[in-house]
Write a protein that binds this ligand. Sequence first.
Ligand code: ASP
Length: 593
Amino acid sequence: MLKTIDCGAIRAEHVEQQVTLAGWVHKRRDMGGIIFIDLRDRSGKVQVVVDASKTAEAFATAEQIRSEYVLQVSGTVARRMAGQENPNLPTGDIEILATAINILNTAKTPPLQIDKEANEDESLRLKYRYLDLRRERPQRNLILRHKAIKFIRDFLDERGFLEIETPILFKSTPEGARDYLVPSRVHPGKFYALPQSPQQLKQLLMVGGIERYFQIARCFRDEDQRADRQPEFTQLDMEMSFMERDDILNLIEELMVGMAKKVSLVPLTSEKFARLSYHEAMERFGSDRPDVRYGMELIDISEIAGQTAFQLFADNVRAGKPVKAICAKGCGGYSRKEMGDLEEFAKGHGAKGLAWLAIHPETQEIRGPIAKFFTVEQLLALTERMGAEPGDLILISTDVKWTVYKVLGELRQELARRLGLTKNTGLTFCWVVDFPLFEETTTEEGHYAPSHHMFTSPKRAHIPLLDSDPHAVLSEQYDLVCNGFEVAGGSIRIHERPLQRKIMDLIGFSWEEAEEQFGHMLEAFEYGAPPHGGIAPGIDRLMALMAGEPNIREVMAFPKNQNAMDLMADAPSHVVQRQLDELHIALAGRAIG
Ligand code: ASP
């Protein structure tokens, strides 16, 4: 070993001991006859003092060193002089009086300042990720992640789960995204698909009698990189036989609470997770990943609005379209410009316009372009229904219900952000259950799209509806939501061949396609497949929430940028012609460059 103790571990109890340290030069201050070096390793920093009058040789070396040089330092631990202590540093009571310094490696001036978080462009941080990783924040996040995974492994091991690796080179396992394909050299013209999740494999493990499986699984999805997505990401993938929905929800709650208590830097607000039906989530929050940290819920005002002289409201209510509203506390004084911004925002989410009423904080007068269409009684009834007080703003949307959900759901979140309602709030989890089995819209050919994935079971009692009214069928899907982010999704699965075939029919798989792509699963279901279900919490998102980070790149060691590129290694990149030839691949003209 090049060191006898970690820099950050030295305390007053070590005073007078001889130590040897190894680490990076965090900072160096030359005070004439004395040079101070802050030496850093993963455990922290310690101050090293090099005194020319005591160690001429070490002093000569110290004069040459620069930031980020790698040193081995031997010396004696000493108490700092009174008044020289640094209470902000765990090692702030002591310093190392150097007797020898050995330069293990030099360093160019780094393009990132390691000792300070400057607001550099993220692409610079990603290009020099190995330098960025020397900083406190990424190290703290990777330590948190390590502890979380360790907690998960211990927790599940204690409950009889087996950790099993499944193949990365496999066949398409769809989760609704595009596959990453890997060409086969030995089977010209054929491709493996990287798993979008181990969904099929974990279900086949259940058929294989494993009963309780988990894996810290890498998943690959070729999606357009909008927002905070990564082409490869990590899930805690789980599957269980002979467990019912509530058994799984309870187990995951216990796991999340335990993990949050043990590792999270952001506290949990409640150990009990609310359970909302999909219908309730949409009606109250306009979203199937509701942020339940604050109110501002969607309220149906169709009854009042339909009776006003405002034609649009009356027409829509007659046509069965809802009129809903949210009440933004204290926003009644928004300027014309602010209201214009909100309207643009609403239009960006599909609204044709945005109706609003603002209550003056003192005079209590109600202003807004549609106020004149309301009688005094109607205004009173509305403010009462909305729980609106002087100074509040009521935002109203009417359209088909999906548009109303979207517009008010997004406005609600936007206003919460503006009002600071989501700042430093802690972690609030809730479950969303009883999803419809299929999405509302069908394809042009009249096929249904699964709202989760095609292996999700319909509720048993709803199976007959598959023939008469597939849209009315509810499923055994459940999602775990935290602070408005979906952090896990899962379901009780189909385990019988005829039902799986039926769902595939509705989704639009021909008999040949189903056999070709999923014949192995359909066949497996014929050999005594047990009832089973599972779930897959997203590790990256959970870690970002628990670390209080704004995006998942901050909790990944080597994330790609938002264009799915690794800026450090410059991937993806061109390959040589020989490699393409071996893989029997010819590039189309426009791809050569
Ligand atoms: N495979 C699903 C997903 O990746 C999770 C599950 O159903 O267990 O979302």
